[in-house]
Design a protein around this ligand. Sequence first.
Ligand SMILES: [Cu+2]
Length: 68
Amino acid sequence: MKEMTLDVTGMTCGHCKSSVEGALKELDGVSNVDVNLDTGKVDVKYDEAKVSADAMREAVEDQGYDVA
Ligand SMILES: [Cu+2]
């Protein structure tokens, strides 16, 4: 299990938070998502054998947010 932090911009409210959380949790291999709205930091625990950092980035971008 690996951990990484995504820097997400454009999240402003609880709805944004749940969109991002939901999109990441839907990915096979992602086991935990922790979104901090104030900082835009999204901590993700994931299985690197099942999901790549790029796939997670894309999932967030598909929701309309930017990942640094
Ligand atoms: Cu929002």
